[in-house]
Design a protein around this ligand. Structure first.
Ligand SMILES: Cc1cc2nc3c(=O)[nH]c(=O)nc-3n(C[C@H](O)[C@H](O)[C@H](O)COP(=O)(O)O)c2cc1C
Length: 394
């Protein structure tokens, strides 16, 4: 069957708008929300706008490159796909589609523990190693088996998410009765009836529940017992000793995700993390936390070159990527930006999101008079006084 021509998407916001029309409300709301008042969710994006760029002219802009490295791996641009739970509900087999798009583009893909497609599913449909994100769970047995499965799937790094010992509340998920597969209620059926292409694709796949968990965790043989498992499984008493233990068990490259304080960044460097991600989980955990981009300078000061620093939360454009890199991050991640693309147009939509961000990064770099993404620095920016001090109102 010939594929419908893709609409013209010129920016990430175009993808978001189309995604909103195409995807059941329950899953759109799941992605497009933050915890409680959503203050941090909003500020993650708006704080980027306080930083201005320094335009340069009459600089030879030929032969530009966005190529770089993240944890020693070559990347076409320093923008990885962040772990996003339930990606396979935004579009059928969504994790496989996103991983394939990332591989073709030459950027890292991070698979979430809470994915619909399993580690094995994604490995089977890709040819290069991807990264695997783990939540810190109490069950040692399950954790060890997750590491073994990730190793068998040839994952080249583990991303340990440390900011979810307890779950931040997103009001809409409760009101919508979020679940995977979606529960059939009068409301959800009425909504899905308006999302026919999404539904038809979903009927064609068998992957509609949590592929890494169902059938693997004790006592979770069918999806209905999963919510109980999630509530009970997360390790409330997580500490640095435990994170160091994961490093030992895994024995490979390890990235600590969810760092928002200079002290915590230092601790991560001390346990020998290969990288940290300055992240507030896209504003989904501690509402009222400072935006990631505003925390970046203090964290850079605290760790210097002791550990590679990455950043996520709020990136919606190549300009945002450039600002994070110029403030010292070696790599960035996008969560919602590619999820919008996936929901709008599947694998091609993820590719489109990456193309948009790449082009914006490349052109912005050029107009700042830079030809190599690795040379970006504070000299490219006008950062308002007090930006690095969250007590100062911008
Ligand atoms: C819908 C959704 C689901 C997410 N699921 C996970 C997850 O399973 N594990 C995780 O470590 N982070 C998860 N995150 C956080 C992302 O990895 C990332 O930190 C965040 O999306 C970055 O912010 P951005 O969406 O503004 O780019 C999720 C984010 C979204 C939007």
């Amino acid at each position: 069957m010939p594929r419908a021509k893709m609409p013209i998407y010129t920016n990430i916001e175009d993808l978001r708008r189309h995604y909103a029309r195409r995807t059941p409300k329950m899953f759109y709301d799941y992605a497009e929300s933050g915890s409680w008042t959503e203050q941090t969710f909003r500020e993650n994006t708006s704080d980027f706008q306080h930083i201005h760029l320094k335009q340069r002219v009459a600089v030879d802009m030929a032969g530009r490159t966005t190529r770089s490295q993240m944890i020693g791996e070559d990347v076409a641009m320093p923008v990885a796909l962040a772990p996003v739970g339930l990606t396979g509900m935004q579009s059928a087999d969504g994790e496989i589609k996103a991983a394939r798009a990332a591989e073709a583009f030459g950027v890292p893909y991070t698979l979430s523990t809470m994915s619909i497609c399993s580690i094995e599913d994604v490995a089977e449909h890709t040819t290069k190693p991807f990264w695997f994100q783990v939540y810190t769970l109490k069950d040692d047995d399950f954790m060890r088996r997750l590491f073994e499965r990730a190793k068998a799937a040839n994952c080249s790094a583990i991303v340990v998410t440390v900011d979810l010992q307890v779950l931040g509340q997103r009001h809409k998920d409760i009101k919508n009765g979020l679940s995977a597969p979606p529960k059939l209620t009068a409301r959800s059926i009425a909504d899905m009836a308006t999302k026919i292409p999404w539904g038809l694709e979903m009927l064609r796949t068998k992957r509609r529940s949590f592929g890494n968990i169902v059938g693997h965790a004790k006592g979770v043989s069918d999806p209905s017992s999963l919510s109980t498992w999630t509530a009970e499984a997360f390790d409330v008493s997580l500490d640095w000793k435990r994170i160091a233990q994961f490093k030992e068990w895994w024995g490979g490259k390890l990235i600590v995700k969810g760092i928002m304080a200079p002290e915590d960044a230092r601790r991560a460097a001390e346990i020998g993390a290969d990288a940290i991600i300055v992240s507030n989980h896209g504003g989904r955990q501690l509402d009222g936390a400072v935006s990631s981009i505003r925390m970046l300078p203090a964290i850079m000061d605290a760790v210097g070159d002791d550990v590679e620093v990455h950043l996520d939360s709020g990136i919606r454009s190549g300009q945002d990527v450039l600002k994070a890199l110029a403030l010292g991050a070696k790599g960035t991640y996008i969560g919602r930006a590619y999820t919008y693309g996936l929901g709008a147009a599947g694998e091609a939509g993820v590719t489109r999101a990456l193309e948009i961000i790449h082009k914006e990064l490349d052109v912005t770099m050029a107009l700042c008079g830079e030809t190599d993404v690795k040379n970006l620095g504070k000299h490219n920016l006008y950062v308002p006084r007090g930006f690095d001090d969250p007590t100062v109102k911008l």
